[in-house]
Write a new protein. Structure first.
Length: 132
């Protein structure tokens, strides 16, 4: 499983699993052809049931579609357990993962942008890959 980069910065592609590679032109129809499709509705956030291993790290993965095209891929590192009180510490891990890609905070590309976020209202940290 080693060797998979979290994200290809040139193309915006993220290989989540062998049959799920999210990229800027990824559609809900593409998602339906994967083993992860389970009659989900493209209007709702789609959270994959199982933790995925990408670049030797464990992630909870969510997909957001807009007009049947990928809008946001959310990655939540699950290598460590965080409580409600310590969730903000997960952002430190996400920042470190992005620093390994030479991204500090967030970075824009021709295909979209990547950012490390902490939402205090929802008390959740994530790496967001937003597609234009």
């Amino acid at each position: 499983r080693g060797g998979k980069r979290v994200i290809d910065l040139q193309s915006g592609a993220v290989k989540v699993a062998d049959d799920l590679c999210v990229h800027p032109h990824f559609t809900f129809e593409d998602f339906k052809k994967t083993g992860f499709y389970n009659n989900q509705n493209e209007v709702r956030v789609i959270c994959l049931d199982e933790i995925q291993v990408i670049d030797n790290r464990k992630y909870a993965v969510s997909l957001f579609f807009r007009d049947k095209r990928i809008s946001v891929l959310s990655l939540l590192c699950c290598d460590e357990e965080y409580s409600h009180e310590t969730e903000e510490e997960r952002k430190i891990i996400h920042d470190m993962i992005l620093r390994e890609l030479n991204i500090i905070g967030y970075k824009k590309f021709s295909w979209g942008q990547i950012s490390s976020n902490y939402d205090p209202k929802g008390n959740i940290s994530s790496i967001c890959v937003e597609y234009y």
